[in-house]
Ligand binder design. Structure first.
Ligand SMILES: NC(=O)c1ccc[n+]([C@@H]2O[C@H](COP(=O)([O-])OP(=O)(O)OC[C@H]3O[C@@H](n4cnc5c(N)ncnc54)[C@H](OP(=O)(O)O)[C@@H]3O)[C@@H](O)[C@H]2O)c1
Length: 369
């Protein structure tokens, strides 16, 4: 009997011993997890302070000296590209405008020359035409370079989106080609064209414009977001290859910016803290150059990107589908309203068409993401 009691006590002590050590191990795991979280959070907070705070307090004043006297900006006759070109010109950088439409290019060139006293060169092209476009640009750039140009800074900004969010099979094949030619080929081939001289001189910067849609799959902007993943991965790998040779390769990842690209929606064309104008966005984004290789470029968008990163993928897919359904309804109603006022100028559109088919919860969601 006594032997049985002894063995029970022994067994109980053994079990308590094991549980104590498991508790110790769990406590250690908890401490390690908390330490990792704290380190990650403080690292992120420091990055935000550095990229969006210190960078704005101590902006690079002499961009021409640091990166070179000329900047090539693609898609620079409207939106973010035009605003970024203005910011560069304001810092005394000469601009090569590469965009659609001769008149728009010339008007932008004249405006930059008269307002900021910089030199410009216009190269009107349609990136949708593929290889011949790059041969043309190469020729124009080469001719000028032999004379006066040194190192360059390139903003690969040009980009197109769907007319409004829609299912893959509803997007015309022509638009899909355009997305590939403009969003992927232009960034790749422009970089291939200007990088050799930067490498040779050991200075320069390539800024590629991706989009928040590169961080998660975006249903109904399927191909657009996929092209932006390409831009993001292209920039990150390229930075690893050439970043150490005095060249800055930066990827900008903006969320919504009120430009012509967001015109399909009245919600997204309304500037707010989270949907800045192109000039506000460009002003913030330029200050991050040299401070971050991969950034949203604008601090409220960095807050948005945190929320997106913390959202489970299933929830993100569900919410973005709901949001894009709402945006499509809004865009289609806008189109109908516009057509009706063109057909009957001066007439009041019918009440059905006037009602905005986007609920207030969806509006808030659209404004945030
Ligand atoms: N707006 C946003 O919410 C947003 C968000 C994230 C990322 N982005 C990205 O930011 C970049 C700029 O967008 P944005 O909003 O400023 O667009 P935007 O206002 O529509 O301006 C696009 C510019 O690209 C030019 N362009 C368009 N197609 C072209 C082609 N086939 N060949 C040559 N030039 C062409 C346009 O020339 P024309 O003026 O002659 O038409 C215009 O100057 C894009 O890469 C876009 O994906 C935008």
């Amino acid at each position: 009997m006594a032997a049985a009691v002894d063995s029970f006590e022994f067994l109980a002590q053994e079990i308590i011993g094991v549980f104590t050590s498991i508790r110790d191990v769990l406590a250690l795991v908890g401490v390690a997890f908390a330490a990792k979280r704290t380190l990650t959070l403080s690292g992120t907070a420091w990055q935000v302070i550095r990229v969006h705070g210190l960078a704005r307090l101590f902006p690079e004043r002499n961009l021409a000296k640091r990166y070179g006297p000329w900047a090539v900006v693609t898609g620079s006759t409207h939106g973010i590209g035009k605003a970024y070109a203005q910011e560069l010109a304001n810092c005394g950088v000469n601009i090569i405008i590469i965009s659609l439409g001769q008149e728009d290019c010339e008007a932008t060139a004249k405006y930059l020359e008269q307002t900021f006293g910089v030199q410009t060169q216009s190269i009107p092209v349609d990136f949708n035409e593929g290889k011949p476009v790059f041969d043309k640009i190469q020729k124009e750039i080469e001719g000028k370079e032999i004379g006066i140009l040194g190192e360059r800074k390139t903003l690969n900004n040009v980009g197109v989106m769907y007319d409004y969010p829609d299912y893959f099979l509803n997007v015309p094949a022509e638009k899909l080609w355009q997305l590939v030619h403009v969003n992927i080929s232009a960034a790749t081939m422009m970089t291939h064209m200007v990088l050799p001289q930067m490498v040779k001189r050991g200075r320069g910067a390539v800024v590629n414009v991706s989009a928040g849609g590169c961080c998660m799959p975006v249903p109904q902007m399927t191909v657009y977001s996929a092209t932006k993943v390409y831009v993001d991965f292209f920039s990150r790998a390229l930075n690893y290859e050439y970043g150490g040779r005095g060249i800055t390769i930066q990827c900008l990842i903006p969320y919504y910016v009120a430009t012509r690209m967001t015109k399909f929606s009245s919600t997204l064309s309304n500037p707010s803290l989270f949907i800045p104008t192109a000039s506000t966005y460009a002003r913030h984004a330029l200050t991050t150059l040299g401070w971050s290789e991969r950034t949203t470029g604008y601090w409220p968008h960095t807050l948005q990107s945190w929320v997106v990163r913390m959202t489970p993928v299933w929830l993100w897919l569900w919410a973005s589908t709901r949001l894009n359904n709402a945006l499509r309804r809004q865009a289609i109603h806008r189109q109908v309203r516009r057509k009706s006022s063109v057909r009957n100028p001066g007439s009041r559109p019918s009440s059905i068409i006037l009602s905005d088919p986007i609920s207030s919860a969806e509006v808030k969601l659209a404004g945030l993401f």
